[in-house]
Design a protein around this ligand. Sequence first.
Ligand SMILES: NC(=O)c1ccc[n+]([C@@H]2O[C@H](COP(=O)([O-])OP(=O)(O)OC[C@H]3O[C@@H](n4cnc5c(N)ncnc54)[C@H](O)[C@@H]3O)[C@@H](O)[C@H]2O)c1
Length: 402
Amino acid sequence: MVLGPDQDVAVAVVGTGARSVIAQHVSAVRQGARVVAAVDTDEAGRERARALFGQVPVHRDHRALLDAGGVHAAVVTTPDDTHADIAVDLLRGGVAVYLEKPLATRLEDADRVLQVAAETGTPLYVGHNFRHAGVVRAMKEVLDRGEIGEVKTIWVRHFVGNGGDYYFKDWHADRRRTGTLLLQKASHDIDVVHHLASSYTRRVVGMGDLMVYGDVQDRRSRAGETMPDWFSYDNWPPAAQTGLNPVVDVEDVSMMMMGLDNGVLASYQQCHFTPDYWRNYTVIGTEGRLENVGDTGGGVVKVWDRRREWSAAGDREYPVAGVTSGHEDADVLTMTEFLDHVVDGAPLTVSPVAARAAVAAGALAAASLRDGSRPLDVPPLDQHVLDHFARTSRPAPERTTR
Ligand SMILES: NC(=O)c1ccc[n+]([C@@H]2O[C@H](COP(=O)([O-])OP(=O)(O)OC[C@H]3O[C@@H](n4cnc5c(N)ncnc54)[C@H](O)[C@@H]3O)[C@@H](O)[C@H]2O)c1
């Protein structure tokens, strides 16, 4: 479905919790696009919908939205375990889908969504907004200019300082809802590792544990609340947190190693009880290395390309553009990419195939870490699905053999 440049785009928001504010960018980024309906299964969510999106019809579930008709596209910001079923129903109903990451919590569900998108031809986009973050663009530009030669290894350290508040006080802490924080949180970084390496993960190994939050016994349901309601930098140290989700069974330290199709080796480490909240990437090539210090506006990407002992300064540095906190700038670019795709048929930078590659690596790494760190291989996608998305996306990493 390509709507054509002069046509108005009627957009629905499905799941009106903390993240649904991204739908407020709809009318700002595309003339003629506006939010015309909302959906939430919870009364508190339906109240929020009215506060956020005004006097639009608010439905109790996405099937009621489909029955009512009149929407071209939907922004789906529901919990992770609901993504696949909602996306499949909307795609079959001819509604273009902006689906929040992760694409799904299980690889078979991710594949099901891609199959239906290929079968129906309805546009699908997965909101991997981190691809559009200034720090990622700056690192990619260094690599594309060849400043460090050929990329060989990528190491990511993820200090999730806000982890207690973001991921352990509601459904995120429950494996049945998220599967693993290697999907919920790390899917961004796995996608960026693939983007920087120009290749997808073939084999993973994981190791991790629930080390701090499992011991916090002060638990309660947060029904009717959303994350900003309980966020505070005063919630420190992590063991002093209160009001965690009744079920806490996701790991708070997760580490994974990835072997990519083109031979690049990558690692990702995630800890949810650090004092600071940011990501640190190191990319090492055949002629140098880069590393970011800070991951929002005000940060820098440093490059070292001469032999020496240690040097904190590096040989040169590039500023990271964008907002100094959060990712609103990347959200605007992401929503623009989605609407340009739906209206003009513009090719996607973030292909759903890349979103599937992130789910595959994260889900299999979690399976590995819960099974004695057994190495697991990513199964290939059906060729006709790959072919479909090759037609709607910019050239993707090659699945080359070594
Ligand atoms: N890309 C990013 O930077 C980013 C940032 C935050 C969250 N997210 C993603 O956004 C999604 C939502 O996260 P959140 O923090 O807003 O969660 P949330 O709990 O604040 O909101 C989820 C909302 O969905 C509603 N809901 C639950 N099941 C539903 C269903 N079947 N149909 C309709 N509504 C339903 C809930 O009542 C709630 O209002 C998650 O998948 C998360 O990974 C992405």
